[in-house]
Design a protein around this ligand. Structure first.
Ligand SMILES: NC(=O)c1ccc[n+]([C@@H]2O[C@H](COP(=O)([O-])OP(=O)(O)OC[C@H]3O[C@@H](n4cnc5c(N)ncnc54)[C@H](O)[C@@H]3O)[C@@H](O)[C@H]2O)c1
Length: 254
């Protein structure tokens, strides 16, 4: 099994891609710390996996808060003694809002979860990984990291920034045993939405035709993204560092 004796932390683990990832890591032998801001579904997943014999810990945490990040990483090292894999996967959409209409609250919310969160987690995970000789980080970016017309401004900026974080960490820490890569999913059938809020009508009218025209009919299952993330996280990808992998059924090839 690819992750035998390894410890993986997955943020956004209660739903969608993160949930599929938690299940995959468990199935491949890892001890897993599943992290989510929503407690009920997280604890249900943990209970379900424990019943099957998994080594799994659930941590209710908001990735935008440094104290919560510290707590989730301490959960990994105190329960399982190490940290091999960090998957910065938690994320929220914006409301398809073009820059001039973005409220500061919306900007802060999306950037703090989608970009500050992965930065805070990497900042604290890297010293742990360096002390044990290495590790692997995989960030869940998006098609919106590759183009300007797949979401509103905050989400697009946050995911472009996440690619910068990925490459910078790959550059600075690759030679010391830490690999950092990113995936850019296209459309995936998950619970991500516009947060219950009304979308920006202008943004929606501009973005939807682009998505409908460019995105092939295939909407991925979360497991298809989890397969790519777990490959990048694994030692099979030992020579892959700083890569940005489109997992979008060809959307970015259009
Ligand atoms: N679904 C898609 O079409 C799609 C496409 C490209 C990229 N993505 C990215 O995939 C990642 C996973 O999203 P998903 O589609 O599985 O959505 P999802 O909503 O099903 O799952 C996201 C999880 O993240 C959690 N979360 C949100 N804010 C959090 C916070 N502050 N702290 C901790 N957890 C938090 C949510 O509670 C949820 O369980 C996101 O980064 C998203 O941007 C999704």
């Amino acid at each position: 099994m690819r992750f035998e004796q390894q410890v993986a932390v997955v943020t956004g683990g209660a739903s969608g891609i993160g949930r599929a990832l938690v299940q995959r890591f468990v199935a491949e032998g890892a001890a897993v710390v599943a992290v989510d801001v929503v407690e009920g579904p997280l604890q249900a997943l943990v209970a379900e996996q424990r019943e099957k014999g998994a080594r799994i810990t659930g941590v209710t945490a908001n990735v935008a808060l440094d104290g919560d990040i510290e707590r989730m990483l301490t959960a990994a090292t105190s329960a399982y003694g190490r940290l091999d894999v960090l998957c910065n996967n938690a994320g929220v959409m914006d409301m398809m809002t073009p820059a001039a209409d973005v409220s500061l609250e919306q900007w802060d919310r999306v950037l703090s979860i989608n970009l500050n969160g992965p930065f805070l987690a990497c900042r604290r995970a890297i010293p742990i990984m360096l002390a044990q000789g290495g590790g692997s980080i995989v960030n869940t970016a998006s098609e919106a990291a590759l183009r300007g017309g797949a979401a509103g401004t905050p989400y697009t900026v946050s995911k472009h920034g996440l690619l910068g974080l990925t490459r910078s960490i790959a550059f600075f820490y690759g030679e010391r045993g830490i690999r950092c890569n990113a995936v850019c999913p296209g459309g995936v059938a998950t619970n991500i939405g516009l947060g219950g809020a009304a979308p920006n009508q202008e943004g929606l009218a501009r973005v939807m035709p682009v998505i409908q025209a460019a995105a092939p009919t295939h909407v991925a299952a979360p497991e298809e993204i989890a397969a790519a993330i777990s490959f990048l996280a694994s030692r099979e990808a030992s020579n892959i560092n700083g890569a940005i992998l489109a997992v979008d059924h060809g959307w970015s090839a259009v």
